[in-house]
Design a protein. Structure first.
Length: 363
């Protein structure tokens, strides 16, 4: 952050991404502009970079070294979804996914995924807005995903190794406990609680994850600890979501359970995330690029808008961040913004973002 004309200036790298990415990012930028105008005192300087499947198709790489360097030098990166199902590497995995180059590459080890029941959304859960309000902290640099691009085998068999390290687990567990300290506990009872999700009844790597979690937990006597197996957690997130505050888990478990969580609160189109490390972070929706509806003004921009709100908070602009969260809440509550049962906003992407931008201005 630098100060010019008495204004705080934040340098933010921007990757629009593939599929619905550009539409979502356009919506989020309209809201960002409204928040800047409303709150004042800061300016976001954007630097657009190319990255993802489109670039890979043309150049054989999903991000240039120079762009990666720009990301490293920026205060944060705002990113749309990347990847396209038909753009694949020779090993069959998606080439446009930037997870390898950004998550592992930048060592942003905590993937922070808030799951919050907002007003006015269709949810199978018979709960009131705010009754679901937990954060999944997904380990972001190892676990099963460490094997990215490194699977071994032949035409008869293929293996990916799930690696859990002490350092990797200690730091993500600490992140989860520190986050719990900043929050006000689970909606059901107001108790600050971190739930360790694993499969320690079957796999040694997960048993190790649990052991290291327990060790770190001793440093946090003020935070309640809980353990759940991944399968039991899937059920509990549907049947008693209000009892959760912060959950921490291995990479792949976090991938699956965060989509499950999204499915209980109106769909992943409403779910933002932060990829955070020590002194570095980037922000994106938790979902993919949905090429089937790309360019049709149908996608839900809320995930991208809330990812921008998370970025503002990270940049030290807590007031602007809260203004965006409140605006989303209010737009949904008043019906200015309606999300259909299919997860898509009535009136389209642009209209939805405009409704939120207007609600920011009206705050
Ligand atoms: C996510 C996404 C990515 C992942 C995909 C797009 C590679 O599903 O961020 O959850 O699996 O991590
Ligand atoms: Mg996912």
């Amino acid at each position: 952050m630098a100060r010019a004309d008495g204004q705080r200036t934040h340098r933010v790298a921007l990757i629009e991404g593939d599929g619905i990415g550009p539409e979502l990012v356009a919506g989020a930028l309209a809201v960002l502009e409204a928040a800047q105008a409303r709150v004042g005192g800061f300016r976001v300087e954007l630097e657009r970079l190319e990255g993802g499947a489109g670039l890979y198709r043309r150049e054989g790489r999903n991000l240039s070294e120079q762009s990666l360097q720009t990301v490293r030098e920026s205060d944060a990166l705002l990113k749309g979804p990347t990847g396209l199902p038909d753009v694949r590497r020779p090993d069959g995995t998606e080439a446009g996914s930037l997870g390898g180059v950004l998550r592992t590459g930048l060592d942003v080890y905590a993937n922070v995924r808030p799951v919050k029941l907002l007003p006015g959304v269709e949810s199978a859960l018979k709960l009131r807005p705010g009754d679901v309000d937990y954060v999944i902290v997904r380990e972001n640099t190892e676990g099963l995903y460490l094997s990215r691009g490194k699977g071994v085998g032949n035409e008869q068999a293929m293996a990916d190794t799930l690696m859990v390290t002490r350092t990797g687990t200690e730091r993500v567990a600490r992140f989860a406990f520190d986050l719990a300290r900043k929050r006000s506990g689970a909606p059901s009872d107001g108790v600050r609680r971190v739930t360790c999700v694993d499969k320690s009844n079957v796999l040694a790597s997960y048993a190790f994850f649990r052991r290291v979690f327990d060790e770190v937990g001793e440093e946090y006597p003020d935070v309640e600890k809980q353990h759940l197996y991944g399968d039991a957690a899937a059920q509990a997130l549907v049947m008693r979501p209000s009892t959760f505050d912060v959950l921490v888990m291995e990479n792949f478990l976090g991938d699956v359970l965060s989509d499950l969580g999204g499915g209980t609160v109106g769909g992943i189109g409403l779910c933002p995330s932060a990829n955070a490390g020590d002194g570095r972070a980037y922000f994106e929706p938790i979902h993919g690029s949905a090429p089937d509806i790309a360019g049709q003004d149908r996608a839900n921009p809320i995930s991208q808008i809330l990812a921008t709100a998370m970025m503002l908070d990270y940049l030290g602009e807590a007031e602007a961040s809260e203004a965006v969260w409140r605006a989303v809440w209010r737009a949904l509550e008043t019906g200015a913004l309606r999300i259909g049962a299919n997860g898509q906003p009535d009136g389209g992407t642009r209209r939805a973002a405009q409704a939120v931008a207007e609600a920011v201005g009206a705050a």
